[in-house]
Write a protein that binds this ligand. Structure first.
Ligand code: TMP
Ligand code: ASP
Length: 235
């Protein structure tokens, strides 16, 4: 597979075309942003951690029957993935109150939820990724009902798989964000699952092992990313 021209650069990744029209290469950067790009910085080694951790999760999910864009890891920072048409919906699954949910609902961070929550936002940086619901998605033809049924079912399955997997490494999955794409007429999991897109709390101490250390200036940011890769992959 030949890496060709860059076709996109996002906040945390670059995407390159290949000689196969159905495959692109993602290249993970160390750049970090928060609050819709208002806060900017660098987390040394983040791109390597996110690439490897995300691939590790995607292989795990594939082994449980979840279709994903993952094809092959090419290097520490590069992975070949299926070229999808991204659904412009960010799917958030929450197991405990935290972040924007705590703020919006006035519920203290860490409060247990009676059941997991599924939440959508419209993927649009200019609008600040506004909160939407299934009626917005249907009314604006953002995705079909059939596609969203798949998205919902996959998201809860992914939550169950990741929650119990991470529990075995002493990590609690508080919440996370997923993105899906269309490929050959089907919905598959895309983007990444990493400390950038999840809240991971140490089960024993409650220590945050994710991007909240950067968002909130908690220090030990690089260490937290490293802790995740070393626990999960022994690196
Ligand atoms: P939130 O509490 O800020 O809404 O975040 C919920 C989860 O989604 C959290 O694990 C972080 C992740 N997330 C992203 O991956 N990208 C984003 O742009 C935002 C706002 C959150
Ligand atoms: N990466 C996102 C941004 O800069 C937000 C976040 O992860 O907090 O907008």
């Amino acid at each position: 597979m030949k890496k060709m021209e860059q076709i996109y650069e996002g906040k945390a990744k670059k995407v390159f075309a290949t000689d196969d029209p159905k495959i692109v290469i993602v290249d993970y950067k160390d750049d970090a942003t928060a609050f819709n790009g208002l806060k900017k910085g660098t987390i040394a080694g983040k791109g390597v951690v996110n690439n490897k951790v995300s691939n590790h999760f995607f292989r795990l999910l594939e082994s449980h029957g979840i279709p994903t864009h993952y094809v092959e890891q090419l290097s520490d920072r590069e992975t070949a993935v299926r070229r999808v048409e991204i659904l412009p919906v960010e799917v958030i699954v929450r197991n405990r109150a935290a972040g924007s949910f705590s703020k919006r609902m006035g519920v203290e961070e860490g409060t247990n939820l009676a059941c997991p929550i599924l939440e959508y936002s419209y993927k649009n940086d200019d609008l600040g990724d506004p909160f939407i619901n299934s009626y917005y998605i249907r009314a604006l033809n953002i995705a079909t009902d059939e596609e969203m049924e798949q998205v919902k079912n996959y998201s809860f399955q992914i939550n169950d798989i990741l929650k119990s997997y991470l529990d075995g490494f002493g990590i609690e999955l508080i919440d996370f964000k997923l993105e899906f794409g269309r490929f050959d007429g089907k919905v598959i999991l895309a983007d990444e699952i990493s400390p950038d897109t999840c809240r991971f709390w140490d089960k024993a101490t409650g220590k945050k092992l994710d991007k909240d250390r950067f968002r909130r200036d908690l220090g030990d940011v690089e260490d937290a990313y490293h802790e995740i890769i070393s626990r999960l992959m022994g690196e």
